[in-house]
Design a protein around this ligand. Structure first.
Ligand SMILES: [Zn+2]
Length: 728
């Protein structure tokens, strides 16, 4: 199988504007390298809550609660004088409730409104005295885990002659790759950053758009950050740039041409952030950053212009490979690959002799896979055959991030006098950039539009499409479910899925294949033919890379903890490194090279490491209580009790209204509702007996307690119970 990493880069999309690309609550992108489908996957769409509204009269009251709340805000405002500490505790909930209320209104188009700015009315509503009593929290399952604002330890000063390396992300997951190299004051005192990626949300962060590396350490040392080097243009290496660059002082970015174009293109979606200063380098460039010389080397990956970085220090060089595999035929490196590594890492005393490399950091994504991966050239050869011999229309679906392969397919199509149709925004955009940079030279007439397709016989048409992962909005999915305006499947079509299946997407891909084959198309995929290869070195390739670079110390990057351990063993086997020469980091571990390069250690202190999340328009300040609320809402729904209370007598004016979502179908549970109403009435009256003035918080806490317990007994569910009590 597999392309673990391309997941990140992908489901197709370097360039989808971020709103579109994130509004997929039910498309959890969980990337697991072990091929296990993670649970918690996806099919609970809040767009279709199973509950319904019911007020006392049993009417469906979809919009009613909004009106009520607007009024309520004015009426109950005088009662709300929480202590400062109470206020802080409640604030996250209010924001979340607000989002929840919007969701009810939207009902059918959750995703469409999710990121829209909040209307003023709702912001006012959020200031209401809506309190989520602690009782409800205590009903929750399991203890809460701190997720954000987990500040790091007190970090000791860096010795003047020492070097510090900190991976801020990418070593406990696949994604959000970012590493910093910091020099002690005697060595210039600068910080150089390599890559600024992001990670897609996982099952632990519902509703979140992306997860960023925690860069607080760098933000506090902004003046020292002299440069950011970007190894290649995949999102797990460039995705965090618009969010993080302004926070670390917007230093100069050093990268190669295509990567710079991809970064700039993405930056267009963030017009408010400061302009980037990008310095374009080549694989054999040398640049001086502060007092440090930095060189580069070309690596084989799935996107052109991928490079590794060589940072020269007085004790030897520090090498960061970025993502890479080995360009080989039958396990033997091709001559260009061999020559490039020899140029970058000259050995003394023969090929097995030492190099000047002090420390290596390298990609661990596929190190668990035995042997060698399928060479990309084999994939190209096979695709060329399919393109050449196609007797009907050919549809090839792949990741838009696999740019090398896409460019090859364009080339082959032209070679065999076929016409190319591009389907998918990110794919079109990427090809456009490559054409602009001269990375692919096609005749103007080779790429045609879907409108022109009918002017050619089917066997001259090759459609390149996004959506091989069963992605709901991508081109191939729309083609498969017949919602594509121009492309209809016929039994003469052949469809090649030139990608592996990202763990977590199995069911979506199965549905995709079912839909396509139901319409008679022939399907070829990576299990039936060699039409896909990974961009990340398998174990034997990794071994080769280690022997070529031959470091004194090693720290694995890019992978889950277990992969890093496996990679550590490879380092020991390849060059005889000892246990103390290999450091296995966690995110924000602080690694130091001390004693003039004599030893490498991992400090017990960590840089700040709390999760930093992109959630709609907000970055970093999503509280863990918000995430927990989302999980609770997803599992058990919400149950709102709305009552009007006489401020003098403490009696409810009429039977309370009940609104719920995602809990039980209220219309069929009238008996339960009836009992809840009686319980609320009774609890309210008992709680207010002899109370003057009324303490509404106390009353609401009691109602929440009573209702939560009652519902749990009756239904074995724990919906979030929210009492809203107005007084008149
Ligand atoms: Zn990559």
């Amino acid at each position: 199988m597999n392309d673990k990493k391309n997941n990140q880069n992908n489901p197709g999309d370097n360039f989808r504007p971020h709103r579109q690309f994130v509004n997929r609550f039910n498309k959890t992108r969980v990337i697991r390298a072990d091929g296990v489908t993670p649970s918690g996957q996806s099919n609970h769409s809040p767009a279709n809550p199973s509950g319904m509204n019911a007020n006392a009269a049993g009417q469906n009251n979809n919009n009613g609660h909004r009106v009520v709340m607007g009024r309520g805000a004015r009426k109950i405002a005088p009662f709300r004088r929480p202590a400062a500490s109470q206020f802080r505790a409640r604030a996250p909930f209010k924001a979340n409730f607000n989002a929840g209320a919007k969701r009810f209104e939207a009902n059918k188009s959750f995703s469409a409104v999710k990121h829209a700015p909040l209307p003023a009315r709702h912001i006012a509503g959020a200031r209401m005295n809506i309190v989520r009593p602690d009782a409800a929290r205590s009903m929750r399952r399991g203890p809460s885990k701190p997720m954000v604002n987990r500040d790091g330890d007190v970090i000791p000063a860096l010795a003047p002659d020492a070097i510090r390396v900190i991976p801020f992300g990418g070593v406990e997951e696949i994604g959000r790759n970012m590493t910093a190299i910091e020099f002690g004051s005697a060595l210039g005192g600068d910080i150089i950053v390599v890559d600024i990626g992001f990670q897609f949300k996982d099952e632990n962060t519902p509703g979140i758009d992306y997860i960023l590396p925690n860069t607080k350490y760098l933000e506090e040392r902004q003046d020292k950050v002299k440069a950011v080097i970007i190894t290649h243009g995949h999102l797990d290496h460039i995705g965090g740039i618009p969010y993080i660059m302004p926070r670390i002082g917007n230093p100069t970015i050093y990268t190669r041409l295509l990567t710079s174009a991809l970064i700039q293109k993405r930056q267009e979606e963030f017009p408010h952030v400061p302009k980037l200063d990008i310095h374009i380098v080549e694989k054999n460039s040398t640049v001086t950053i502060g007092s440090t010389k930095v060189r580069f080397f070309a690596v084989t990956h799935t996107i052109p212009d991928s490079m590794g970085v060589i940072i020269e220090t007085p004790y030897g060089s520090i090498v960061h490979t970025g993502d890479l595999k080995m360009d080989h035929m039958d396990g033997v490196a091709v001559p260009e690959e061999d020559a490039e590594y020899d140029r970058a890492f000259p050995h003394t005393g023969g090929p097995a002799g030492p190099t000047n490399v002090l420390m290596l950091m390298a990609d661990s994504t596929n190190v668990e896979m035995p042997g060698f991966s399928i060479p990309e050239k084999t994939v190209h050869k096979n695709l060329e055959e399919y393109i050449k011999n196609a007797k009907g229309r050919l549809i090839i679906a792949t990741f838009s991030s696999l740019l090398e392969r896409l460019l090859k397919m364009v080339e082959f199509a032209e070679k065999y006098n076929k016409k190319i149709v591009l389907e998918g925004r990110s794919l079109k955009s990427n090809i456009e950039i490559c054409k602009h940079l001269g990375l692919v030279k096609t005749k103007k007439e080779t790429i045609i539009t879907t409108d022109d397709m009918d002017n050619y016989p089917p066997d001259r048409i090759v459609i390149l499409a996004t959506g091989a992962q069963g992605d709901e909005f991508a081109a191939l999915m729309r083609i498969s479910n017949k919602t594509h305006a121009k492309v209809k499947i016929t039994p003469r079509d052949t469809i090649i899925l030139s990608s592996s299946v990202i763990p977590g997407n199995e069911r979506a891909v199965q549905r995709l294949k079912d839909n396509l084959s139901r319409q008679g198309a022939k399907i070829i995929h990576y299990r039936t033919a060699e039409v896909h290869s990974t961009g990340h070195a398998y174990r034997e390739e990794t071994m080769w890379i280690h022997r070529k670079i031959h470091p004194k110390f090693f720290m694995p990057l890019h992978g889950y903890h277990y992969m890093l351990r496996v990679h550590g063993d490879v380092a020991k086997e390849a060059n005889g490194l000892k246990e103390e020469d290999v450091v296995i980091p966690d995110n924000s571990s602080i690694i130091e090279i001390r004693d003039k390069g004599a030893k490498i250690i991992k400090l017990k202190e960590k840089a700040p490491s709390g999760l930093v999340l992109v959630d709609g328009f907000s970055v970093g300040d999503v509280q863990d209580v918000v995430i927990r609320d989302r999980k609770a809402l997803a599992e058990d729904g919400i149950f709102i009790v709305f009552g009007i209370m006489n401020a003098t007598t403490g009696k409810l004016k009429k039977s309370p209204d009940i609104i719920s979502r995602g809990f039980v179908y209220l219309r069929e549970n009238q008996e339960l509702l009836h009992e809840v109403r009686l319980l609320v009435k009774d609890t309210a009256e008992r709680s207010t007996k002899g109370m003057n003035p009324l303490n509404l918080d106390y009353v609401k806490d009691n109602i929440t307690d009573a209702v939560s317990k009652f519902i749990l007994q009756k239904t074995a569910k724990r919906p979030m119970v929210i009492p809203v009590i107005l007084t008149i």
